[in-house]
Ligand binder design. Structure first.
Ligand SMILES: *Cc1c(COP(=O)(O)O)cnc(C)c1O
Length: 230
């Protein structure tokens, strides 16, 4: 028998640890761990990293950039029919066509123009990836996402007027702030808009996010290791 490659071994061990931490956080919050999806974020890492995670049973992945995902995922999706791919980075309207073809969940719906184009592309493609609305809970000027005060109206527009399959919300709290406030805000917004999914929490704060109701945690570094700067 061949020894497992060191990369595969490391990633499998990291995944096992993250899954154990998710289960512990869920139990501590009185929640069923099965209600929390681990989105493994492999951005900047090559396909070998994704293959290692697939080998360890991981099936849900997140990527920030359409082009990078197009370079890595089509063969992996062909080989694994149950692979689920989330777009977690900003989507330019000129990439909407490609995004609808490749992704299963688009977590970064954040403006009317993008909503209109996604609706059109989904009609054309006959493929309807679920959409999460990204909310800029910290109201940071450099960050994508609808402002909290505009979120309810935007959700209604995208879901009810355009008929987009909006099923959840996503946020990235400011780096230098206590994330709990942002997680609470997002959870309340999902509840009043009757949205079932909450994508919040990353390597540094996914346990807190689970405490506040996250159904999807997006974890990169804790699984795949540190990233080289782009
Ligand atoms: C990169 C990224 C993550 C993963 O971050 P880590 O800190 O490496 O876990 C999660 N969400 C988004 C939107 C990202 O861009």
């Amino acid at each position: 028998m061949h020894a497992e490659a060191p990369l595969a071994k490391t990633i499998a061990a990291n995944l096992a640890e993250v899954r154990a931490r998710i289960a512990a956080a869920a139990h501590a919050a009185g929640r069923d761990p099965a209600g929390i999806a681990l989105v493994a974020v492999g951005k900047t890492h090559g396909a070998a990293y994704i293959e290692a995670a697939l080998g360890a049973g991981q099936r849900v992945f997140g990527e920030s950039r359409v082009q990078e995902a197009q370079g890595k995922f089509p063969p992996l999706k062909s080989a694994h029919g149950d692979l689920v791919l989330h777009l977690i980075g900003s989507l330019q309207t000129n990439k909407a066509h490609e995004a609808v073809a490749l992704f299963d969940v688009i977590e970064t719906l954040d403006r009317p123009k993008l909503a209109r184009i996604l609706a059109k592309e989904m009609d054309k493609a006959g493929r309807r990836p679920e959409c999460f609305v990204q909310v800029n809970t910290g109201e940071e000027p450099q960050k994508a996402g609808v402002l909290p005060l505009e979120a309810d109206e935007f959700i209604a527009f995208a879901r009810d007027d355009l008929g987009l399959p909006v099923t959840g919300l996503m946020c990235i709290p400011p780096l230098d702030e206590e994330p709990a406030l942002h997680f609470t805000l997002l959870a309340a917004m999902a509840e009043r808009n009757k949205l079932a999914h909450l994508s919040m929490g990353m390597s540094a704060d996914f346990e807190a996010a689970i405490r506040f109701g996250a159904t999807h945690v997006r974890v990169g570094t804790a699984i795949f290791g540190a990233r080289e700067p782009r």
